[in-house]
Design a protein around this ligand. Structure first.
Ligand code: ATP
Ligand code: MG
Length: 721
């Protein structure tokens, strides 16, 4: 039953109420962790709807994860009942991909455009590098990919890049690849993740009528975690809010942790300049944490020079001191923490899902997984290799994608000879050359394969392949339920049969995964009115890491600090507090970003509600060798009054200068942006370390994905597992 409407804002404090009941004009809320920023956004939407200031479809709420959007939606529903349906809520990527589907024609795309995930983009870039006669082992595609992505997020197009940003040979190569990459994407009717943010800007700037339509539609815009928006996100919301200026942003400059992906803290800091009429409401009461935890968080963030002063107090109890666990090595660390989990369950009646183990990099999860498994404690790993990134899943999804958008070159190249149907490397190269020289898509060449001068047997196989895809496309277009289409794809392509015939442990695991995908599609079809294949494909491409976290699953949560943003847990363990791990050292050729590492530590601390543990190891395996580890400088910065060792002693602190940061990189990674997550372990089956089954086309071989940033759009992303 719907609660009494008069009561709606009674569950808020005075400041929160002021913010939630604000109706017209820009509103800025910069406030500390756990002060109810997200809660205020939720209540403000409920209030706007209840007082009928807005209809649901007039409200656009942008969240950092899909999960946060779903949660907000269901809370609003609880608060005011049915009226909540029709709200536009989601991540920037999911909302703007929806808008782009409606308006694609205006910018030269068709509404069936594909979304290239990071792996697809990287493969496309690899192909271009080869075309330009560079060796992808020397010029790493991923390096170029990051440079292009940076440029795109700064709204620097390929021409501008070429003319103004070229300072080195690498820049020059990037400029040439960027040109071709942009063209290829367009030809493939595909957008990458960055396009989902920048194409709307192009759309709005070139088509004022379209902009005005959406300005009138989205009378009220609300953005959570605004401190982590990048330039493109800033720009697109600025455009949308320009007419009515009903834009409400909430955030905490102390929790800005995505600068390595282009997040720009000045977006929130300059809000009052951008919107001169802005009302600012502070939120100062924390409802999440004990006094000790808050005091600790405060002592840490105060060390940052570039930090806004904020008041944060709580009526919560003092709570226990924070416990520092000093371990011999990482195994000792994991075992000790598992013992603490068991102990806290006994002493305080906690359940598994009350615990979170937070680490700086994904690879740290493995030891904890082993320790938890040994003690039979259920856990959920958030992040890491997603189900949807597995080779076999990507293969099947590529078939499905082709049915929606046959121009999708990456999907096409992925499966044209998978399973092997005798269309080899040589034929593929000929087809690609033909496509490039005539400026048409590979699919168009395939449809007129006679003109491509292929080796005759290959030509016949291409014709069979094209016929198969055409037949399946007809099946889909005739309105056949997507589950049936999927089954037909698996049958007609021979994909499932090939896995069964291979009959290895690995191929059978893959078959099971493919069948699991079929289950996912069945579920989607059951739970979605008029389930469309293109929507299903879009949703899974845009899954983020944190989306995988299920707070109701009776399991201990393992995740990176980055993925934990916005969440809260009764008991938190922050592990691996060692120099060069947390804080992590800078990448080669880069300046240390100690302030951002410290903000990350602040985010970690403020996830805790009742009990907080810090932990480090004196020794740790690196490069296959035990190495001595130095304790994190952050432990010298925390207020020693609220931290105790396991024996109850005050912690030792050596007050050295912690502003300098002379460390070597502690890992051998040479990729540009992979700071928070380096290696992904596959907890379901040990397949991802092995090479995938190959169709024999080494040039077009698709490998397992080990890059955390190539999952869904930002912050990575519900998976099975
Ligand atoms: P973060 O900075 O971590 O995103 P936040 O400022 O968004 O935190 P919320 O997650 O909205 O904070 O709130 C923190 C916790 O405090 C939540 O459990 C929320 O339900 C609770 N809370 C917030 N305001 C109140 C209130 N007025 N009464 C009771 N509980 C509240
Ligand atoms: Mg929040």
């Amino acid at each position: 039953s719907t609660p009494d409407p008069a009561d709606l804002l009674s569950k808020l404090n005075e400041q929160q109420r002021r913010a939630a009941s604000h109706v017209q004009g820009p509103l800025l809320i910069i406030a500390g962790a756990g002060s109810g920023k997200t809660r205020v956004l939720t209540y403000r939407i409920a209030h706007l709807l209840q007082k009928q200031h807005a209809l649901p479809h007039n409200i656009l709420a942008l969240t950092f994860t899909n999960k946060a959007a779903r949660e907000m939606q269901s809370r609003i529903q609880d608060l005011i009942g049915e009226r909540a349906s029709g709200l536009w809520m989601g991540t920037f990527h999911s909302i703007f991909s929806k808008i782009l589907r409606f308006e694609a024609e205006r910018i030269g795309y068709s509404s069936s455009f594909s979304i290239y995930d990071s792996a697809d983009s990287e493969n496309a870039i690899k192909l271009i590098l080869k075309e330009l006669n560079y060796d992808p082992r020397e010029i790493r595609p991923r390096t170029i990919q990051y440079k292009i992505s940076d440029a795109k997020n700064q709204l620097v197009g390929p021409d501008t890049y070429q003319n103004r940003f070229v300072q080195s040979t690498l820049d020059d190569i990037t400029a040439r690849v960027y040109q071709l990459y942009t063209r290829r994407l367009k030809e493939a009717n595909a957008m990458d993740f960055d396009d989902l943010l920048i194409r709307p800007i192009e759309l709005f700037e070139e088509h004022p009528d379209v902009l005005e339509k959406y300005q009138d539609k989205f009378r009220y815009i609300l953005i959570d975690e605004y401190q982590d928006t990048n330039h493109a996100q800033y720009k697109v919301t600025r455009l949308l809010a320009d007419k009515y200026e009903n834009i409400c942003v909430v955030g905490d400059d102390a929790q800005s942790i995505y600068s390595f992906r282009g997040a720009d803290i000045s977006n929130i800091l300059n809000f009052k300049e951008d919107y001169q009429k802005a009302t600012e409401v502070p939120l100062e009461q924390n409802y999440r944490s004990t006094k000790h935890i808050l005091q600790c968080a405060d002592s840490v963030i105060k060390q940052n020079r570039k930090q806004l002063e904020k008041t944060l107090w709580t009526e919560n109890i003092d709570g226990e001191p924070i416990t520092l666990l000093e371990n011999f090595d990482e195994r000792d660390e994991a075992n000790r923490i598992v013992n603490y989990i068991n102990d806290l369950k006994l002493r305080h009646g906690y359940q598994n899902n009350d615990f979170a183990i937070l680490y700086r990099t994904n690879y740290q999860s493995r030891i904890f997984e082993e320790a938890l498994r040994r003690k039979n404690i259920a856990y959920q790993l958030v992040g890491g290799l997603s189900f949807y990134q597995r080779k076999e899943i990507k293969d099947v999804l590529a078939y499905l994608t082709l049915l929606v958008n046959p121009e999708d070159e990456q999907a096409l190249l992925r499966i044209i000879n998978e399973p092997s149907r005798g269309i080899g490397n040589k034929s593929l190269n000929d087809l690609l050359k033909k496509a490039r020289s005539t400026g048409s898509s590979v699919w168009k060449i395939l449809k007129n394969v006679e003109t491509a001068d292929l080796y005759k047997p290959a030509e016949a196989r291409v014709k069979e392949f094209v016929q198969m895809i055409e037949n399946l496309r007809e099946l889909l277009e005739s309105g056949t339920p997507i589950l049936d289409v999927t089954k037909k794809v698996l049958e007609k392509s021979g994909y499932l049969k090939a896995l069964v015939e291979e009959n290895s442990a690995q191929s059978l695991t893959r078959r099971d995964n493919v069948l699991e995908l079929q289950n996912a599609i069945a579920y989607y079809q059951q739970n979605t009115g008029n389930a469309k294949l293109s929507n299903f494909l879009q949703e899974i491409t845009l899954i983020t890491d944190t989306d995988k976290y299920d707070e109701n699953k009776p399991a201990v949560t393992l995740m990176t600090v980055h993925a934990s943003k916005g969440l809260e847990f009764p008991v938190v363990f922050i592990v691996g507090l060692e120099e060069n791990l947390f804080p992590m050292g800078p990448r080669e050729g880069e300046e240390p970003n100690t302030e951002e590492e410290r903000r990350l530590f602040y985010v970690a601390i403020t996830r805790a509600q009742k009990h907080l543990f810090f932990s480090y190891s004196k020794m740790r395996f690196k490069y296959g060798e035990e190495q001595r580890q130095a304790r994190s400088r952050f432990l010298n910065e925390v207020d020693p009054g609220v931290v105790r060792t396991e024996t109850g002693a005050t912690i030792r602190q050596n007050r050295t200068d912690s502003s300098s940061f002379s460390v070597e990189r502690d890992d051998s990674s040479d990729s540009a942006k992979r700071t928070d997550t380096e290696i992904d372990y596959d907890w379901k089956s040990p397949v991802n370390s092995k090479k995938p089954r190959s169709s024999g086309n080494s040039d077009y071989e698709y490998e397992y994905d080990d890059d955390p940033f190539r999952t869904g759009a930002h912050v990575l992303h519900p998976s099975f597992g």
